[in-house]
Design a protein. Structure first.
Length: 459
């Protein structure tokens, strides 16, 4: 774990670098634009068509004025819309600590006798089709206009209060109606129930015979944590929906003030410039290439000098520490493109495996290498939350072994006491997060207490 003596695989190093390709491209584009801008400044004195330049500049001034004025009007219109909406929205006016709620559901009873041969071959479930039909009908086909009118609210505002979900496991349709009073939610629920009853025969004609069993609607007043504002430093309203509206309005008002300031700062030009044409492409490409190369070298140096663990080889090489398990590397992006996935495969040997499979393999390896040890401590240099999560997962899989967790065994006497109780130690490190010096310090403490290191787990 000596950072000064370790060998770094260049493929892994540059995989970490190119995983940040968005930053690299951003800097490259910036340098390209700077190069083009520099050339523009250099050649500007060579232009002599002042009248042409003035005409173009004046046109730009008029365009900017028109554009900012249009944006300002659009912002003001949106502020007016949100302000009016905040006054009329039922959801935004609900007291989250006294939310009225009515829940009703229907169970769909059918048999496979109505499944035709073609549906069975395609794997289509008859009851699922019926469930989806009722969900779609409640969401899209019921005319809520008369109900909204009777309640004195807009149809769009009414629809915010209705949530429809289909449970295809037990073939039920669940409807939840929220509002400011139980009378209001019950009236909406009763209307939906009556409309569903009217439409049952048409759905039976289309999808086959079935029985729709309506369970009794339940109306209550609850505290809805989903509607409670979680911002503590600036609470505009206790209702999260209203708070969001007011925050948006406040942000738009700031934008409006900025647009007004920009509009006031505009003035008719006295000097003009024309489009830069000569050598613009050449300097753009030179700046782009320079920024690209410089950013790659800089990021590579940062990775090397950071002293962070880059792969499982950094932990096992030269120390004889067994790798008990490698968890799939976490990514901040929900969806990775092909290039990102390629870089992740270079970095993470377990890329593509599920966390559950990796945990199972890790638990099996611990059982093999623990050699009868009953208490193991997971030790990391800086990942308190991750170690605790890993401890809970392994404890659930291997209840026969007691797992302890410590992100810094030298922090205090309690942490050292955990180490004293343990029969063995498992080092835990996270790639590109944990520094080798932190692990070396933890390993030294383990050595001083004469505790055996069973192996390591890489996150």
């Amino acid at each position: 774990m000596n950072n000064e003596e370790r060998e770094i695989d260049l493929k892994i190093l540059f995989a970490y670098v190119f995983k940040q390709w968005r930053k690299i491209l951003l800097i490259a584009v910036l340098f390209g634009l700077l190069g083009a801008g520099y050339k523009c400044v250099k050649i500007l004195p060579t232009y002599n068509s002042l009248q042409s330049k003035y005409t173009q500049s004046m046109q730009s001034y008029e365009n900017n004025k028109t554009s900012i004025t249009a944006e300002k009007k659009k912002t003001q219109d949106y502020i007016d819309y949100l302000t009016e909406y905040s006054k009329n929205s039922v959801k935004a006016s609900i007291d989250p600590y006294n939310e009225a709620r009515t829940e009703l559901n229907w169970s769909i009873v059918t048999s496979t006798g109505h499944d035709d041969f073609e549906a069975l071959l395609s794997g289509t479930n008859h009851a699922d089709q019926i469930t989806q039909a009722y969900v779609s009908y409640i969401n899209s086909s019921i005319d809520y206009s008369s109900l909204a009118s009777s309640l004195g609210i807009d149809k769009k505002i009414l629809l915010e209060l209705i949530t429809v979900k289909g449970d295809y496991t037990i073939n039920t349709v669940n409807v939840t109606v929220i509002g400011t009073s139980e009378e209001q939610t019950k009236k909406i629920a009763d209307y939906i129930s009556s409309q569903v009853a009217k439409n049952t025969s048409s759905i039976q004609e289309k999808y086959g015979e079935h029985t729709l069993v309506e369970n009794k609607a339940a109306t209550s007043t609850i505290t809805d944590s989903g509607l409670v504002t979680t911002i503590n430093d600036k609470m505009l309203s206790p209702n999260a929906t209203m708070n969001d509206l007011l925050t948006k309005i406040s942000t738009l008002q700031t934008t409006l003030a900025t647009q007004q300031k920009s509009l006031s700062a505009l003035s008719a030009p006295t000097a003009v410039s024309t489009t830069v044409e000569k050598d613009i492409v050449k300097y753009l490409m030179l700046g782009f290439a320079g920024g690209l190369a410089g950013m790659i070298v800089l990021l590579a140096l940062i990775e090397v000098l950071s002293g962070k663990l880059l792969s499982e080889d950094d932990l096992s090489s030269g120390d004889g520490i067994k790798t008990l398990g490698i968890m799939p590397m976490r990514s901040s992006k929900k969806k990775l493109n092909k290039f990102d996935r390629c870089m992740m495969r270079r970095i993470d040997s377990s890329f593509g495996s599920s966390t559950e499979v990796s945990l199972a393999k890790t638990a099996a390896n611990i059982n093999t290498c623990a050699e009868g040890k009953k208490t193991l401590i997971l030790v990391s240099g800086n990942m308190k939350q991750n170690v605790a999560s890993l401890q809970a997962s392994l404890q659930a899989i291997n209840p026969e072994i007691q797992y302890l967790a410590s992100s810094n065994i030298d922090a205090n006497a309690d942490e050292l006491n955990k180490l004293g109780k343990a029969d063995g130690v498992i080092l835990v490190a996270e790639r590109n997060v944990t520094k080798l010096s932190q692990l070396a310090k933890a390993a030294e403490s383990v050595k001083n207490w004469k505790k055996p290191i069973v192996g390591s787990i890489i996150l």
